[in-house]
Write a protein that binds this ligand. Structure first.
Ligand SMILES: [Zn+2]
Length: 156
């Protein structure tokens, strides 16, 4: 697939995209590749919250940093998310729900002691990796991942 993401114009397309939602998206893969190239190790699509069924895209367990890679359209980025195309009230409602869910997920993760980073689809993967790497290194426990203590009830 080349070029930008196709925007949904029918419910059929939507259900197809919904099925793919749990898989890795292209910007996610690009970011992961860059992080991996730098020697950073992480888990993908991991459920870090115990009370709700939601997975985090990229998880740095010992540093307790999660990265949420968001599609501009589906999650309503400030630059591209406010121009719905061919969208009826149905899509408006769906997008509003996504945004509300993002806010809720972030709140829950922070409450559980995670540092939450949001990377948008439109961001350059190298620049995004710079941010992620800096944050992970800042939060990484000095004793290293192999001997990292597990704080409280958090199982990583
Ligand atoms: Zn965007």
């Amino acid at each position: 697939m080349t070029g930008g993401y196709p925007y949904p114009s029918s419910a059929g397309v939507s259900s197809k995209m919904r099925q793919q939602a749990s898989r890795s998206t292209r910007p996610e893969v690009a970011l992961r590749r860059e992080l991996h190239r730098r020697g950073l190790r992480y888990r993908v699509q991991q459920a870090v919250l115990t009370d709700v069924r939601r997975t985090a895209d990229i998880v740095f367990g010992p540093a307790r940093v999660v990265v949420d890679v968001r599609g501009c359209y589906w999650h309503g980025c400030a630059e591209h998310g406010s121009h719905p195309r061919a969208n009826s009230g149905y899509w408006e409602t769906k997008l509003a729900r996504n945004r509300a869910r993002d806010v809720d997920t972030e709140r829950r993760l922070r409450a559980a002691g995670w540092e939450v980073m949001v990377v948008w689809e439109h961001e350059d993967p190298v620049a995004a990796a710079d941010r992620v790497q800096a944050t992970v290194e800042l939060h990484r426990p000095p004793w290293g991942p192999s001997t990292a203590r597990r704080g409280g009830s958090a199982a990583v």
